[in-house]
Design a protein around this ligand. Structure first.
Ligand SMILES: CC(C)(COP(=O)(O)OP(=O)(O)OC[C@H]1O[C@@H](n2cnc3c(N)ncnc32)[C@H](O)[C@@H]1OP(=O)(O)O)[C@@H](O)C(=O)NCCC(=O)NCCS
Length: 197
């Protein structure tokens, strides 16, 4: 995938050499459990995530000032709901080292990624994308207010909440709140301007 740059961050492909930086935050329960997966128990878990899960849809967030990787942002090929299957959408997922929370870094990263996903002609990122995405969705656990605020700042609209088993948390039944962001370049208008029926 092509590198994306923001004022403070470089969004780039994950490398195996990033496993120490990943482990430093992915081993923390406040990151992992809020994101819906088990904390990494070893560097090997982090290496497996980089080589197995992260390719093709995830960017390492490298802080330009220090060169260290402090988080992840990805667009996953998972579907929110059968009624949206005729459209091309992805799930937005993100996690950040707690040492960097409260500085607007994830909003900054997500704005750059969304811009590229919604307008790949002006900012091409991946040959795997056929064209601009129609929409993005994301979900958070109700108690994860930081994640909710990121979504709201980005313009996501709440759709529904639903309890379902989360495989990566031992199939425990958890409620998640689901949101959608329509691509105004595809639909020709913003979500707010959709006619009320
Ligand atoms: C979700 C998560 C990435 C949010 O991190 P965050 O630091 O709150 O989000 P941002 O980087 O966008 O920063 C926004 C905060 O920085 C503040 N901020 C400071 N400077 C800012 C700037 N220039 N621009 C925007 N916000 C700024 C904002 O006021 C906001 O704080 P507030 O929400 O208390 O008002 C982080 O909490 C996390 O990794 N959690 C664990 C994993 C997780 O939950 N993942 C999501 C699963 S759905």
């Amino acid at each position: 995938m092509k590198t994306l740059e923001t004022d403070r961050l470089m969004l780039r492909d994950w490398q195996p050499a990033d496993c120490d930086d990943l482990f430093a935050y992915a081993s923390l329960p406040e990151v992992a459990l809020n994101a819906g997966w088990q904390p990494h128990k070893s560097i090997e878990d982090s290496l497996a995530a980089i080589t197995g899960l992260y390719p093709d849809c995830c960017y390492a967030l490298q802080l330009r000032e220090t060169g260290r990787v402090i988080g992840n942002i990805g667009f996953y090929n998972t579907s929110i709901c059968r009624i949206f299957q005729c459209l091309d959408g992805r799930e937005l997922g993100f996690d950040l080292s707690p040492a960097f929370w409260g500085n607007g870094l994830m909003t900054e990263a997500a704005q750059a990624l969304i811009g590229a996903l919604f307008d790949p002609k002006s900012s091409p990122i991946s040959p795997a994308l056929r064209g601009p995405l129609d929409y993005l969705w994301f979900a958070h656990f109700p108690e994860n207010l930081r994640s909710r605020r990121v979504g709201e700042r980005l313009g996501f609209r709440r759709l529904f909440s639903r309890a379902h088993p989360v495989a990566q948390l031992g199939s425990a039944e958890k409620t998640e709140v689901f949101y959608l962001l329509a691509n105004p370049k595809v639909f020709g208008h913003s979500w707010d301007q959709c006619p009320k029926t």
